[in-house]
Design a binder for this molecule. Structure first.
Ligand code: SAM
Length: 283
């Protein structure tokens, strides 16, 4: 059935098709779509059905999962079914911890070797840019401090937004005013109240497409701090465990892993010791 059909029908998402979609998504990126998310999955798929003009949801699903020409749509489908919610200074205690940890490290050593950060599952960039602003602040006190931030995500559209680094003004509310003044440019050229991260903030962050489930982490070298927050919450226990093992291998000894507040490291007790809730140090 051609993607240009216009007479849309509202056939419900069948349980069999939800399972097909769930298998596709989980095997590609690890994100689970359990039966409890049936209506959420249905409404997101419906949007794609409409956008592409398929007459039924079933036709859209067959196209997206099976057609040779559906390759591009498979990327959209994965994007559509992942949660990209994020914020500047999300889970602020992590940044308080980071400040204390960096202060201790920089006071103890005058090495000019770059401290390396990885924001894994960076969504639209608020997490790595928060890190960048914190680093720039710290560099004012410790002039020998060098840093690199790698920010990765599976979502191409999120990474595009992240690289543009332009956000609605109301979303920078969590950024302290003094920090905003130094590192954000404000504009309302297009009639919208927007901010852009200033060049020094953007320059600190390298973006990369990376699938946490299937890609090799070793190509990116070793890190001192890894942030993987609110990403693995959607994964199965076994996928989560294997990713955490690979994070351990990507951290320098003594390196720190931050996870989201509703997550835990169950099953990965050997590689890490817990420093405070959701903050773990590589043994
Ligand atoms: C809820 S956001 C979290 C953003 C940020 N870490 C935070 O806590 O604010 C989850 C992100 O994980 C990404 N993601 C999901 N599965 C992924 C995978 N297999 N590999 C890489 N990124 C993935 C999604 O695209 C999404 O941008």
């Amino acid at each position: 059935m051609a993607a240009t059909e216009t007479a849309l029908r509202f056939d419900p998402l069948t349980e069999k098709d939800r399972q097909r979609i769930a298998r596709f998504v989980e095997s590609n990126i690890g994100v689970q779509c359990p039966a409890s998310k049936h209506s959420l999955v249905e409404s997101r798929l419906r949007k794609r059905q409409k956008a592409l003009g398929f007459s039924t949801l079933k036709h859209y699903i067959d196209f997206a999962l099976e057609a040779k020409e559906g390759e591009q749509e498979r990327i959209h489908l994965l994007d559509t079914l992942t949660t990209n919610k994020t914020d500047f200074y999300r889970e602020i205690e992590h940044f308080h911890f980071l400040r204390r940890s960096l202060e201790a490290r920089l006071a103890a050593s005058h090495s000019r070797a770059a401290v390396r950060f990885w924001s894994a599952g960076c969504s639209t960039g608020q997490e790595p840019y928060t890190l960048a602003m914190e680093i720039l602040e710290m560099q004012q006190r410790f002039s020998h401090f060098r840093a690199e931030i790698l920010a990765t995500d599976i979502s191409v559209s999120c990474l595009q937004t992240a690289k543009r680094a332009i956000y609605p003004h109301e979303t920078v509310e969590p950024v302290p005013l003094a920090v905003r003044k130094k590192y954000l440019l404000r504009s309302n050229k297009s009639g919208r109240d927007l901010v852009q991260m200033d060049a020094p903030v953007r320059k600190l962050v390298q973006f990369q497409t990376l699938n946490l489930l299937h890609d090799d982490f070793r190509k990116n070298g070793a890190f001192d701090y890894i942030f993987c927050r609110n990403v693995m919450i959607y994964f199965s226990n076994s996928d989560r465990e294997s990713i955490i093992k690979r994070f351990a291998a990507s951290l320098n000894p003594g390196g720190i892993l931050f996870i989201g507040h509703s997550e835990n490291l169950v099953g990965n007790k050997l590689e890490f010791s817990r420093v405070q809730p959701t903050v773990y140090q590589r043994s």
